[in-house]
Design a protein around this ligand. Structure first.
Ligand SMILES: [Zn+2]
Length: 244
């Protein structure tokens, strides 16, 4: 991953209640992981959180351009964190692999997703009135069609290439607790929080807008292949519609 790519990712500046300026950025890998690392590093080295008046290496204030911050963070992080550099390189490799495999893998992915979806639509539970209201609130047109299956773990495709891609891109990796395929939602046992469910309802809305699983998946997987999971516009949109 290079600086160009880092600059396409997310950066923001916030002012803490004590008046300090806190800048944060994420590029490629996991945003939460990055945030944790920033906190750790700033504790350890006191250099990744900057103050408005005189930043040691770069002054960051509320008018700083996101690109500037992202570039700064990337340079800083690349220099400091070999561990993170490794993670970023792996993420980039995954993106390349998926992009290359996408044309071949799409029909298999769609067939698998449609079969999984049908399974949940016949065996899953409909939403309660409360759930229907939440689904409507995040834009779902036909919330009564939604079915939710609570499962011990998310389903994995049998196809070895599709399975490897799903795990590598973290789409169906160990950290994942929800999966939406059309009006079918898988939720891992113990994770059926309002936040997760509204996130998945928003994906239902996205499928509704696309019109079908076969229409949605190519666009979604293309996003994952080009900018990664966290920066995928469909994921950003779903996160923005979570009700906490
Ligand atoms: Zn999502």
């Amino acid at each position: 991953m290079n600086t160009e790519k880092a600059m396409k990712q997310i950066a923001m500046v916030t002012r803490a209640t004590d008046g300090t300026i806190v800048a944060s950025a994420a590029f490629g890998a996991d945003i939460e992981l990055f945030a944790e690392e920033v906190v750790e590093l700033s504790k350890a080295e006191g250099a990744l959180v900057f103050f408005e008046s005189n930043g040691v290496r770069m002054e960051i204030n509320e008018r700083s351009a996101p690109q500037e911050i992202a570039r700064f963070y990337w340079d800083e992080f690349a220099r400091r964190s070999a561990k993170y550099r490794g993670a970023a390189a792996r993420e980039e490799k995954n993106m390349i692999d998926l992009a290359a495999a996408l044309p071949t893998i799409l029909p298999i992915a769609i067939a698998w997703a449609e079969a999984q979806s049908r399974l949940v639509l016949t065996t899953g539970a409909p939403l309660t009135e409360y759930g229907i209201n939440d689904a409507k609130a995040v834009g779902v047109a036909t919330p009564e069609s939604i079915r939710v299956a609570i499962v011990p773990c998310l389903p994995l495709p049998d196809d070895p290439v599709l399975r490897a891609i799903a795990l590598d891109t973290r789409l169906l990796g160990p950290g994942m607790v929800g999966l939406t395929l059309g009006h079918a939602i898988f939720v891992v046992q113990g994770h059926d929080s309002r936040r997760l469910l509204t996130h998945e309802y928003r994906h239902v809305h996205q499928y509704e807008v696309a019109g079908s699983i076969a229409a949605f998946l190519p666009v979604y997987l293309h996003q994952i292949a080009t900018v990664g999971y966290n920066a995928a516009p469909f994921e950003i949109d779903a996160r923005q519609h979570e009700i906490h």
